[in-house]
Design a protein around this ligand. Sequence first.
Ligand code: HEM
Length: 218
Amino acid sequence: MSRSARVALKSVVWTACLLPLLMLLLKFWADDLGANPISYATNVLGDTTLRILLASLTLTPLRLLFGISWQMSLRRLLGLFAFSYAVLHFTVWVVVDQFFNWPGMLADIRKRPYITVGMLALTLLVPLAATSTTRMVKRLGGLNWRRLHRLVYVAGVAAILHFSWLAKKGRNDPYLYATILAALLGVRGWHRVARALGKRRVVALGAPSTPKRVAGAP
Ligand code: HEM
């Protein structure tokens, strides 16, 4: 991919990722956040976190399915946007919703399963954001870095549980997100199995035949 195409692609992603925040700020300025502004802001930020997180998880399956790799350069950008929105979502909860009521928040984290898994999802994103730099990839080594970054799937599952458990009955979007995540995990799982079977076949075909034992030989 040419440099100008890469710059254009990244500009589109930056715009698409910043747009929900910009819309939210405009609505805040215009005092148009609805009857429950805190809930509205929390939900917009939560929805955006989940969408960007899932978008970041589609990059590798796209490579595995279609053999294209230009989209892989967006991995860090999307991951960091997902993390930033998660932090904003959490900050609104801490500052505006709970008003720094630490004992109340700790009780919520312990008692409300949807808050517990939300915290788990956010916590899992912290080491991933912290190790997203090229320097950290080098320091950890490619294999360890890739292993650590598989945690993003656990964060995805936790985020979807968070949404499913808090959503009111009759909403279909949690199922839609769960189906998308299951499909993405399915592609990765299928690829691993296919690769393992392929390796076994190569070993079986390439294995030298066992030499016949000759009587009296050592
Ligand atoms: C990666 C982490 C997270 C993701 C992806 C996420 C995603 C979401 C989503 C999709 C919603 C529902 C939006 C809707 O109804 O349209 C939501 C709501 C909510 N989230 Fe999160 N969340 C995360 C972490 C957290 C954390 C750490 C907390 C607090 C400890 C939290 C607290 C809440 C609350 C209280 C609501 C309900 C707001 C309301 O209806 O008034 N979330 N979140």
